[in-house]
Ligand binder design. Structure first.
Ligand code: MEV
Length: 438
């Protein structure tokens, strides 16, 4: 059958590409050459990247940019950002400079607890189960000791093992709800290894627990896995200044600006359609730093959006207020990130990104990421409530349009000069290029 293959993973890289070229790309040698053009000439470096995942055929470039001038808790940072959207780094840099002139960003860790669960079925007396889980607490700790001992030396480990009764929602369903401290690692492997051992312990100990009858002894574990919802691993980032201090070359009327800004944030707090886009702007900053520092952006995305909906309605992650003449803008973000383990010591660009950030601890990285999110959100809401978003966005997008139409250097200079004075739109750029090419 065309398009289906057995043993694909056994083929070497060249053979994989040839199969794809034959099956989907009309055997075009130019396309095969292009795929290979993205290989790194340094074979060891390429091998490192090949082995991150299965069936690698080439590399997929995204730009790594930097946003300088971030003053966070009185320390200067240049923040590395991996992102394809043209205006994000520029917006972050602009917001950084704006707030550096007004005291900078403050960031505080509210808590750092991670969560994992063993989901299981138990048919029997609830009180007996409660007593059993209580009785085997020391066994959970002893059985996981080989996994937790290094983490304990770093000040982390298992914090608590709690039995949760979920039988109202699903008959016979219970959880071991386990909390962890994982210090500078994101902790996914550590948590999952602990949970799988705890599941084994749970089943094994039940078999010989004297108070259980035959049915109660047969605990059925459904699964053991960390939760990416981390409502107790939260960082707060904030900026504030007297309203008049908001005045700038772009903000002529700071009172009006502050009032409109607060209104816009309030709308995102109560209106889910706006909240999702508002939070997308936050994630422009968050994801870019999460990627640059080799962290798991899917975990962060899932956790952050769950947090935005934690009271049952999806809401803005950031908040703004005007009180006693002070403008304040802040965000609370649940961020389970690591600065050791995973890709952090493997990916050469991640290593450099972390060096650039002065080798942060996980909690410092949480602060930096939250600040990047808040800065991005500030820049977006500022544009939206003043000039509108397209002005800045299309200016940055101009280069993409010029690349798309393979503009020459001479054309670029002319087009860029023209759009210093005119509003950028896709059709206006194309029209100008066509005129120049006539
Ligand atoms: C675009 O990537 C992000 C914005 O839509 C965010 C927002 O609307 O707040 C500009």
């Amino acid at each position: 059958m065309i398009g289906s293959i057995n043993g694909f993973s056994k083929l070497n890289k060249e053979e994989k590409i040839n199969w794809i070229a034959k099956t989907y790309l009309n055997n075009q040698t130019a396309v095969v050459d292009l795929i290979k053009q993205y290989w790194n000439a340094d074979e060891d470096l390429q091998k490192l990247h090949d082995e991150f995942i299965e069936n690698t055929i080439t590399n997929f470039y995204l730009p790594l940019g930097v946003a300088p001038n971030f003053l966070i808790n009185d320390t200067w940072y240049t923040i590395p950002m991996v992102i394809e959207e043209s205006s994000v780094v520029a917006a972050a840099s602009k917001a950084a400079k704006f707030w550096a002139d007004r005291g900078g960003f403050k960031a505080t860790i509210l808590n750092t607890e991670k969560i994992g669960q063993v989901h299981f079925m138990y048919k029997g007396d609830k009180q007996k189960l409660q007593a059993f889980v209580q009785a085997i607490q020391p066994v959970f700790l002893a059985d996981t000791f080989s996994i937790t001992q290094n983490m304990q030396k770093r000040g982390g480990g298992i914090l608590a093992v709690e039995l949760r009764d979920k039988t109202q929602e699903i008959a016979d369903y219970y959880q071991l709800h386990v909390t962890f401290e994982t210090k500078d690692s994101m902790g996914a492997n550590f948590i999952n290894s602990c949970l799988e051992q705890m599941a084994t312990t749970l089943k094994r100990e039940a078999l010989s627990y004297g108070a259980f009858d035959a049915q109660e002894r047969e605990i059925d574990v459904v699964m053991s896995i960390l939760s990416n919802f981390v409502p107790n691993c939260v960082v707060r980032a904030e900026v504030s200044c007297p309203i008049e201090a908001l005045a700038s070359s772009e903000i002529k009327d700071p009172v009006l600006f502050a009032e409109k800004f607060v209104q816009a944030v309030r709308i995102a707090e109560i209106e889910p359609f706006r909240a999702v886009t508002h939070n997308k702007g936050v994630m422009n900053g968050v994801d870019a730093v999460v990627l640059a520092t080799g962290n798991d952006f899917r975990a962060i995305e899932a956790g952050v959006h769950a947090y935005a909906a934690k009271d049952g309605q999806y809401r803005s992650l950031s908040h703004a207020s005007i009180e006693n003449g002070m403008f304040r803008f802040w965000i609370d973000l649940p961020l389970a990130v690591g600065t050791v383990g995973g890709l952090t010591s493997l990916h050469p660009m991640v290593k450099i990104a972390l060096q650039m950030l002065q080798k942060p601890s996980a909690t410092q990285l949480m602060q930096i990421i939250a600040v990047a999110g808040l800065a991005q959100n500030f820049a977006a809401v500022k544009s939206l409530t003043t000039t509108g978003i397209q002005q800045g966005h299309m200016k940055m997008h101009l280069m993409n349009i010029l690349n798309q139409f393979k503009a020459t250097d001479e054309e670029r200079i002319k087009v860029v000069a023209h759009f210093e004075q005119h509003v950028v739109s896709h059709s206006a750029v194309v029209e100008l290029l066509e005129t120049l090419r006539k």
